[in-house]
Ligand binder design. Structure first.
Ligand code: HEC
Length: 242
């Protein structure tokens, strides 16, 4: 056997070993990490958010108060992905909240928002300072956050033309998101993000308001990371009597 032939054999075997090793790291290892963490359904997520009174739940209630007419249309909107039908009890509750999350998630996937936005804060390059709000919602991502129906398919993303969004809750308020999604340049001059006017309509006063699926998309965006939102240190609600 010539020297070169021996070398190519060694390279081939090493290549196969590295391939198997990469394979192990990228699917077997995560499986071991996740196997004891129960996978949550969207209904579980909605129930949990309500029980913990998270910022996403309070934002959903605000959406209901700000856009009552559109909220009614949202209740009647048949979600083509989950097949969810009209919700009878058209107020913020576990059912409507779960429905909004599902619709929002599906349109987020369909629009390809994940082409430009990742959903994972890594423990490198001060990412916790870059995304979220320091001290409020800026933790590194952890496995159990991804064990739910709204991460199937996983939306970690591969590119960050825009920011990471897994700590987006509490970064902006509803009004900002409405203006931004309708026309990103209105809030972020020079932004390369395209506008998504088809999530909006005009109300009877001529104002731009979210339509049925816009309510879903807004709810979903403001839900991202809401489970990690904590009031700033030293924060307390001031009451009249002291
Ligand atoms: C072509 C790439 C691109 C696409 C596609 C895209 N975005 Fe963006 N997005 C950006 C960029 C760049 C920014 C930062 C500038 C700005 O605020 O517009 C941004 C900012 C944002 C922000 C504000 C983040 C922050 O913390 O300030 C949100 C929320 C957002 N995008 C949501 C979405 C949603 C939802 C979709 C899909 C409907 C989407 N984006 C699609 C590029 C994109």
């Amino acid at each position: 056997m010539g020297k070169m032939e021996r070398f190519s054999f060694v390279a081939l075997v090493a290549g196969i070993i590295f391939f198997l090793f990469a394979d192990f790291i990228s699917w077997a290892l995560p499986m071991f990490v996740l196997k004891d963490i129960p996978k949550k359904s969207v209904n579980d997520l909605a129930a949990e958010a309500i029980a913990k009174n998270t910022s996403a739940w309070s934002d959903f209630n605000k959406i209901y108060r700000f856009y009552p007419e559109q909220f009614k249309k949202f209740c009647e909107y048949e979600d083509m992905y989950s097949g969810a039908k009209k919700v009878e009890d058209c107020v913020p509750n576990e059912k409507t909240f779960a429905k909004a999350l599902k619709i929002g998630h599906r349109w987020y996937v369909a629009e390809g928002c994940w082409n430009c936005h990742s959903q994972m804060v890594r423990p490198v390059s001060n990412e916790t300072l870059r995304f979220g709000i320091p001290g409020v919602s800026n933790t590194v991502s952890y496995p159990s956050e991804y064990q739910n129906e709204l991460q199937a398919p996983v939306l970690w993303g591969t590119k960050r033309i825009g920011q990471d969004l897994i700590r987006e809750a509490a970064v902006h308020n509803i009004g900002w998101h409405v203006a931004h999604l309708y026309n990103p340049q209105s809030t972020s001059p020079g932004s390369v993000m395209p506008g998504y006017p088809w999530y909006f309509e005009k109300d009877k006063n001529g104002n731009i308001v979210p339509n049925a699926r816009g309510i879903g998309l807004l709810t979903y965006i403001m839900w991202l990371g809401s489970w990690e939102v904590k009031p700033p240190e030293g924060f307390r609600i001031e009451t009249a009597e002291k």
